[in-house]
Design a protein around this ligand. Sequence first.
Ligand code: MSP
Length: 514
Amino acid sequence: MAGADTFYVTTPIYYVNDSPHVGHAYTTVACDALARFWRLDGRETYFLTGTDEHGQKVEKAAQLAGTDPQSFTDNVSGRFRDLAALLHVANDDFIRTTEERHKAGVQALWQRLVDKGEIYLGSYAGWYAVRDEAFYAESELIDGKAPSGAPVEWVAEPSYFFRLSAWGDRLLAFYADNPGFILPPSRRNEVVRFVEGGLQDLSVSRTSFSWGVPVPGDPDHVVYVWLDALANYITALGYPDEAGDRYRTFWPADLHVVGKDILRFHAVFWPAFLMAASLPTPKRVFAHGWWTIEGQKMSKSLGNVIDPRSLIEEYGIDAVRYFLLREVPFGNDGDFSKRAMVGRLNSDLANDYGNLCQRVLSMIGRNCGGEVPMPGAFTDEDRALLDRAHGLLGIVRAEIENQALNRALEAIFEVVGLANRYVDAQAPWTLRKTDSARMATVLYVLAETIRHLAVLTQPVMPDASAKILDLLAQPDDARGFASLGASGQALGPGTALPPPAPIFPRYVETDGAA
Ligand code: MSP
């Protein structure tokens, strides 16, 4: 069973009715940073993303596009796959719910729930919101719409039901026994209150359309798209082959990252389905917030939907990844504005981190023969900075254990700030004329600090960090977290370094506007 030396993280699988936008990019990049972190920390990691291709919403989108659902989903799914590559995301798998491996797994899960008496045939009459792919009780509607604002339609059809009502107490006991199952804590409270309010049995099949996984033994029904979709987290691991390597190594998942709008499906339905099927439940569901654009909700009608491709072209992939993960506490809502993006790029990256690397590496290039300098005895100031660099992994790890990506970056950038102040205080450019041995020590301390910073920024900024580590002549096998700390693989004096090059160019407005 999955343990402390493995890490399985998932994004939601994205609906293919829509093109990829910055909200999708956000979840994927956050998961990628977490997966990269644990991989570098020595855990065997599996990072899954993919596309959710069934259901009425996708069927309607295909009709609207004048094509059949399969070619439609092939096309849009490909765009999500391309987006992952564009974002420099290192996912281990990409699942599509139209794949055979997935459909077979969904049917096996369904059959298991039937065999356990958890699914029965009845008929459904009530409200359905295609946009949310969710059923709503009359009492939940607000001004005739779903609480999310989605339009609802009346549905009356035969349906299979999952006995969700029987799982309320067991879910509450599960949340109480596993206080870290839902994060952030405010979201956890919302879910607990919802379950305390009482659960209805859940309609888990539909007959009024056919774009879905056929119900085993009753092909007039297709499996409700959320039961189908949630199962991706285990079908990608080879379920129903519970004895298979991948499933045994990685299930239960360490972390499902989801947007706040789909928390209920992950924190209520999913553990109930799993418990009912006697399968282990995931360890954590983390709900992140939503991005607005320049203060406004992102929407097609407002025409302000941001294509991640254009952001990357404008600011570069590392700056975009940094901005998304640094700007907003993970779990909160945030606003994407050009001003904030340029501010982060120019101040944190160009002025602080980039400039630190640039001035230290170019001084070494000019004054130390392009080699890692040989340090002398360390002063208290030297030790103070090195101690902070050596202690950083422990601090960052503790933040990442709680998915606090922004706080992890804050801790790293605090050391960037300290290192810049140390350069100013030690003034190696003056030492060059007065005490070149001391200059060598100062530059060594700085290079070693920069090495720590670059190793630790790899999860968020893989490309820029790799460039810095290249400039420090670090071989690939010396870039993991085992290389960090007082007992790590410190820079070897005398190692030849390549000519320095700038890492984070300042963003300069090309159209002349501020
Ligand atoms: N298909 C379902 C998920 C099934 S998982 C078993 C789905 N897909 S989605 O494409 O509509 O949304 C995917 C994710 O994108 C959700 O986590 C959602 O919260 C996120 N976002 C959509 N718009 C967003 C923003 N504006 N900001 C941040 N995240 C946003 O739901």
